[in-house]
Design a protein around this ligand. Structure first.
Ligand SMILES: [Zn+2]
Length: 174
């Protein structure tokens, strides 16, 4: 059975909205600037709803991907600018591991994920270091096909999203 608790089909309104933001994204790249860094200031390059942010501190922002490959597809952005993981300082490894583990536990506990896959690519510059967490659920084939599951759109089930936030809030305040 497909777990689609946080997924819905993409509509033409979604495509129109994405296109509008994508123009700002391209403009930013053409100017040689990092769209993610710019978005932290202008908030007009990526559609980021506060309600999809699961956790944020001075190092990381953790949020649900809008164009999700799986229910509970999460992005972890490292706030400081690094092109890719090769530039990430070793000192960030421990806090990164901590928030990653906590978020994976939340996806398992709240959404029932069997496994959660971690990937980082950041290819094609300028880019900004981020990680993707992609859950796999019972009955779904394991392996790398998880990474290319066709994207759908996030369904904002606020009860479920609040449970994820609450799990992470409690675990990070311990
Ligand atoms: Zn950046």
């Amino acid at each position: 059975m497909i777990n689609d608790i946080l997924l819905r089909d993409i509509t033409s309104d979604d495509i129109e909205l994405e296109e509008k933001y994508h123009q700002e994204y391209l403009k930013c790249k053409e100017q040689g600037n990092c769209p993610t860094c710019a978005n932290f200031k202008t908030n007009n390059i990526f559609i980021e709803d506060d309600e999809l942010t699961l956790y944020e501190d001075n190092l990381f922002r953790v949020f649900l991907e809008r164009n999700a490959r799986k229910s509970g597809h999460v992005i972890i952005i490292v706030k400081d600018h690094y092109e890719d993981i090769s530039e990430m300082p070793i000192s960030l490894a421990e806090p990164f591991h901590r928030i990653t583990n906590i978020t994976i536990s939340a996806l398992k506990e709240v959404l029932g994920a069997l496994k959660v896959y971690l990937v980082t690519m950041c290819d094609g510059g300028p880019n900004h270091l981020h990680f993707q967490l992609i859950p796999r659920y019972e009955g779904e084939p394991h392996g790398s096909k998880v990474f290319v599951t066709p994207r759908r759109r996030i369904k904002k089930d606020m009860e479920v999203i609040s449970s994820l936030k609450e799990y992470i809030r409690k675990a990070t305040s311990n």
